[in-house]
Design a protein around this ligand. Structure first.
Ligand code: ZN
Length: 237
């Protein structure tokens, strides 16, 4: 059976800051969502835990448990690959594992990182490898024992510094009904508390854009994404 949304996150919390509202919204609408975290963000995105003297294993365990709790709140299953971060390396064996994941999930849409992020090479690696895996997933000669996937809609998260990462919003998703869940999920990450206020503000600003563009005055919070491919439709949507 097809998965409506497959979310592939470089680190343990990226999917919450940048797509948590959309994930919760999908779940509220009865759609199927799967989350993959390639690493725990143990080296690059856990500064507060290192400052408090935790060991690598302790940092990973804390990040895993926070991320699991957040995914439970959003209502979607999560799988942790534990591929290490800073640097996050995706060799050909791991690339083929991503192909297997895509083929088994048969997603309608994949949500991952945007292509350019000068402040976080792990995010760029994830974007490039997920894009590559999505192309390999529709190629009959690759892993011929697993049925090929269909061409997937591919979306990139809004970056932490969008203007400096060549981000422009191609789609703005209303998350007003899901925002409380996103906030609760963001609160799971004690090592990155400074980001909670930041992403609350960003959802508020994108909510303003959502109202202005759509004319729907009830929209309060939103998340923005970039498309990897143009929208194909029978009318001008
Ligand atoms: Zn990250």
């Amino acid at each position: 059976m097809a998965t409506d949304l497959l979310v592939i996150s470089a680190h343990a919390a990226d999917y919450v800051w940048r797509g948590g509202g959309t994930i919760a919204r999908y779940v509220q609408m009865g759609k199927s969502v799967q989350i993959i975290a390639l690493s725990y963000g143990e080296r690059g995105e856990s500064a507060e835990l290192w400052k408090s003297g935790k060991t690598l294993d302790e940092v990973k365990a804390i990040r895993r448990s926070e991320s699991q709790k957040a995914a439970d709140i959003l209502g979607a299953p999560i799988r942790f690959m534990d591929w290490d971060d800073y640097p996050l390396a995706v060799d050909d064996a791991r690339l083929l594992e991503l192909v297997r994941i895509i083929r088994n999930a048969r997603p309608v849409a994949i949500l991952t990182h945007g292509k350019h992020d000068p402040f976080n090479p792990d995010h760029e690696t994830t974007a490039a490898k997920v894009h590559q895996a999505s192309v390999l997933a529709i190629s009959h000669g690759v892993l011929p024992d697993i049925p090929v996937a269909k061409q997937v809609r591919l979306f990139g998260f809004e970056h932490h510094q969008p203007e400096l990462s060549e981000f422009h919003p191609d789609i703005v998703v209303d998350i007003s009904e899901a925002f409380e869940l996103k906030k609760e999920a963001m609160n799971c990450f004690q090592a990155q508390k400074h980001l909670i206020e930041y992403y609350t503000m960003r959802a508020f600003i994108r909510g303003n854009h959502a109202r202005r563009i759509s004319g729907q005055g009830e929209y309060r919070y939103a998340e923005a994404f970039m498309r990897y491919y143009p929208l194909v439709a029978g009318e001008l949507l």
